[in-house]
Design a protein around this ligand. Structure first.
Ligand SMILES: [Zn+2]
Ligand SMILES: [Zn+2]
Length: 270
């Protein structure tokens, strides 16, 4: 493993190891899993107490109870999931790396690691950002360390189930973006401060403020020279832009016309 030929993995994952959540020992040997196509995302399918959002001990209890249900109810050798993501961006080690999960359904376990997000079909239904981050931390972890491919799918992909619930599944279908990334609506562009003088013609006005406005209008798609000189061409573009924006077409760049040059939604020039 030479650092010159292999990237050094900097895995930002807050793992809760099995001993840390007092996991019961598996009842039998895991089936080895060399590689997978990726990850399938799951939810609990039941009610999740919203109180866990402010109580990580509640996450631990919930994971322990799911393990008990899988071992004592389903008769599985262990918790069925590879990893569990909680609202505190922690990732519980379930069956872990290179072990066949049980939660994806018969015939589907060798294809994907199984990652549970701690949300349900009642109570805590909308996945908190911490859960989404933790799922993605687990996804990155199995890619880096577990020979997992790029797929991120839902349990319902290829199996008749509601899992992982509509909110988590919609997120999966959007490409499982990091919260706070490009997904949330971004605030619109903000105009630079109005230069403090009206840009108008005649006579020709010159200055950096004129050039700044011309450059922005060019960026918006208007055909004008970016020469720092406000003459008839600039005035004409200004008037047409003002008409497009439904404001008085006096051909003078005042504070409102200036601000709209940056903040008005882009559209055709009519
Ligand atoms: Zn599932
Ligand atoms: Zn937690």
């Amino acid at each position: 493993m030479s650092p010159t030929t292999l990237p050094e993995f900097t895995v930002a994952i807050d793992l809760v190891l099995r001993r840390d959540w007092n996991a019961r020992a598996p009842r039998g040997a895991y089936t080895q899993l060399d590689s997978t196509k990726g990850v399938k995302v799951h939810y609990t399918g039941g009610r999740v107490n919203p109180g866990i959002v402010s109580d990580h001990d509640g996450c631990v209890s919930l994971v322990r109870s799911i393990q008990a249900h899988h071992m004592d109810g389903n008769g599985w050798i262990d918790l069925g999931y590879s990893f569990v993501a909680c609202p505190h961006q922690k990732v519980f080690e379930g069956r872990g790396l290179h072990h066949l999960p049980a939660a994806n359904g018969p015939g589907l376990n060798a294809g994907h690691y199984a990652v549970l997000g701690l949300v349900g079909n009642a109570g805590l239904v909308q996945p908190p950002d911490g859960v989404l981050h933790a799922i993605l931390d687990a996804v990155q972890y199995v890619r880096d360390q577990g020979h997992a491919g790029r797929e991120v799918k839902g349990h319902r992909d290829g199996y008749a189930t509601d899992c992982p619930g509509d909110p988590l599944y919609a997120w999966v279908r959007r490409g499982a973006p990091r919260p706070g990334g490009t997904a949330p609506p971004r605030p619109g562009p903000v105009a630079p401060p109005f230069p403090g003088r009206l840009l108008k013609y005649p006579p020709v006005m010159r200055g950096e403020d004129v050039r700044t406005w011309q450059r922005q209008m060019r960026t918006r798609g208007w055909d004008l020279d970016v020469d720092g000189a406000y003459g008839p061409g600039s005035r004409d573009v200004c008037r047409r832009f003002q008409r497009q924006q439904g404001i008085e077409d006096d051909g003078i760049v005042g504070p409102v016309t200036w601000r709209l040059a940056w903040e008005a939604p882009a559209r055709g020039q009519g």
